[in-house]
Design a protein around this ligand. Sequence first.
Ligand code: UDP
Length: 235
Amino acid sequence: MKENILGVDVCAETYEQLTSRLLADIEEKRKAFIVAINPEKIMKAQQDESLRQLLNSATYQIPDGIGVIIASVLKGGNIRSRVTGIDMMLQLCKEAALHQKKIFLYGAKPGIADEAKVKLEEMFPGIQITGTLNGYEKDENVIRDTINASGAEIIFVALGSPAQENWIIKHKEILAPYVYQGVGGSFDVVSGRLNRAPAFFQKLGLEWFYRLLKEPWRWKRQLILPKFLIKVIKG
Ligand code: UDP
């Protein structure tokens, strides 16, 4: 079930529905690619046809960002709750621990993926994180061999956007894992290096506001939201 917002597909499924589809993808040995959709990416895709195609070529486009929910409401769609990249990742980790699926963490600065691994092991007893690699390793052979040797079925890719999406498209057919999720700065958050917005901000959908307070240099990126909503209304 997908809705189309300004030319970009977005899934209308919940965390639970997506997780069971992903587990089925692994069982049936199908490659699956999860991409987080936010207003910034949709706006970029307006000027960049190859980015639009890239986003639409993913298996599951999750509605990350409150702007996507508002756009669905404005368009008479059915998407009413966010599926954030980080929560999707945590939900997948929980289910992977229950179903003994192996996980690989690829991306972020040296040491961060290992710190995230330790934290995830504390959060989800029994989780099998069978490999990690920092996002600054450039040797293609090392990257491929490390990932394939891990036996992982799920890989989280934290290289930032759109680098991680491009990387996934280019590599998913030659690598062993079935499930590929681009997770941006999530390893920095999970490792504890970067604080996530307090629950209060999360509940109100104001994580963007919290992030603006913490990282004010991002303000330009956030001007996108009103422009995006105006475009949705007009379009
Ligand atoms: N990163 C990386 N390799 C690179 C460039 C960036 O692993 O060559 C990592 C960086 O350390 C950070 C993440 O990619 O952990 C980008 O996080 P950001 O929150 O900027 O992601 P975005 O907002 O683009 O999704």
